[in-house]
Design a protein around this ligand. Structure first.
Ligand code: FA5
Length: 345
């Protein structure tokens, strides 16, 4: 039998496939590719020798060489997959996973105790018909003070140690009361029943009961014939729903420039059972909110005629409420990011 180029190509293919069948590892396969499909391989030599062949068999040989090359490439790809699979199963055999081992428990996220408490507060007020209204954390001097009847240089400004920004007249709100103006200006002359929750910021001494950053929940009701009795009734009912029917509360006369008359509400200190501790400053009572009837000047600033409309407002400290409800004896735990504290809730 003469060794025509066609026969030669069949031999080349046969020889290459035989060698491929013997390949077991990825390294050997890479070597196979160099030997049988690389630049110096037998099949490539056929391509480079095409020019020297007689013209009548040249096209047919070229076609055959191409076909052999394509088939070898396809066989190579198939082998790649085979070797990967066998390497994987070897690794599964040798690096066995013990599927009977108990899994690691997934750590579930949960709400911060301050947020849990805020949601309880929203729920109680929602049942009384109060909507949640949001106002900005970064405020102007005008909204935080002036429209609340606290002009520049008024001594009452000392009640709120303020973080000012570098922009004149812009500050971090010291209380949620500026939200009263936002709500009134938006809703006037309709009646209003809203709570305004949010973070407040004060440049003051951190103690067991005072932080520089804390939540407040403001409340505002405006309408015709809203009275002090409505205010006392709403807050007393709120306390019963939050702390239980038998909770003892008291109102003390107080002063706020934006309410007249003004009061503060205390709840008996559950932390010491009323005997006195650092949280209640040995009083046996913990102040949880300031409140009063909206000052006529503030009603006017909000767009209401104080001859026709009246309203009450309050501002409570929900962290203090959580302390009482959960028997937490130091407000600094709230923003300390200590997992041992947070995981208890
Ligand atoms: C006010 O901020 C008034 N804006 C409340 C108000 C609203 C009065 C509407 C009348 C009408 P005061 O500074 O007392 O008031 O704060 C209100 C409540 O916020 C306090 O009773 C307390 O529960 C909480 N609070 C105040 N300062 C801090 C603080 N540094 N850390 C934690 N809670 C605080």
């Amino acid at each position: 039998m003469t060794d025509t180029p066609g026969m030669n190509l069949e031999n080349i293919q046969h020889h290459a496939l035989e060698a491929l069948a013997a390949v077991r590892t990825g390294d050997d396969l890479a070597q196979w590719r160099v030997t049988h499909l690389g630049r110096s391989s037998a099949v490539m030599a056929v391509f480079s020798g095409l020019g020297k062949l007689p013209a009548d068999i040249r096209p047919q040989t070229g076609q055959k060489a191409n076909q052999v090359k394509l088939e070898l490439e396809a066989a190579f790809e198939e082998k790649v997959v085979q070797i990967r699979q066998s390497e994987l199963s070897v690794s599964l055999q040798t690096n066995r996973v013990d599927i009977t081992l108990p899994g690691r428990p997934a750590r579930r996220g949960r709400l911060h105790p301050a947020m849990q408490n805020l949601r309880d507060i929203y729920k109680v007020f929602a049942e009384m018909g109060f909507q949640v209204y949001r106002s900005p954390d970064v405020e102007t001097d005008e909204y935080n003070f002036e429209l609340l009847n606290i002009p520049a240089h008024h001594p009452a400004r000392d009640m709120w140690q303020t973080f000012y920004t570098t922009k004149p007249g812009v500050l971090l709100r010291t209380h949620t009361s500026p939200g009263q103006i936002w709500a009134m200006r938006e809703r006037a002359p309709d009646s209003i029943r809203v709570i305004l929750p949010g973070m407040c910021y004060r440049y003051e001494q951190i103690t067991t009961r005072s932080e520089i950053q804390f939540h407040q929940v403001e409340g505002l009701m405006v309408g015709k014939n809203v009275t002090l009795a409505d205010l006392k009734g709403t807050l007393t009912d709120f306390s019963r729903r939050m702390f239980g029917q038998n909770v003892r509360t008291r109102f003390r006369p107080s002063y706020f420039p934006f309410t007249e008359p003004s009061a503060e509400m205390d709840v008996e200190c559950f932390l010491c059972g009323g005997h006195g501790c650092t949280v209640c400053k040995n009083a046996g009572w913990l102040e949880i909110l300031g409140c009063g009837m909206v000052h006529p000047e503030v009603l006017r600033n909000g767009g209401y005629d104080p001859e026709i409309f009246s309203g009450f407002a309050f501002g409570m400290g929900p962290e203090r409420i959580t302390m009482l409800r959960r028997h937490i004896d130091d407000i600094r735990y709230f923003w300390g990011n200590d997992m041992r504290f947070l995981e208890q809730f």
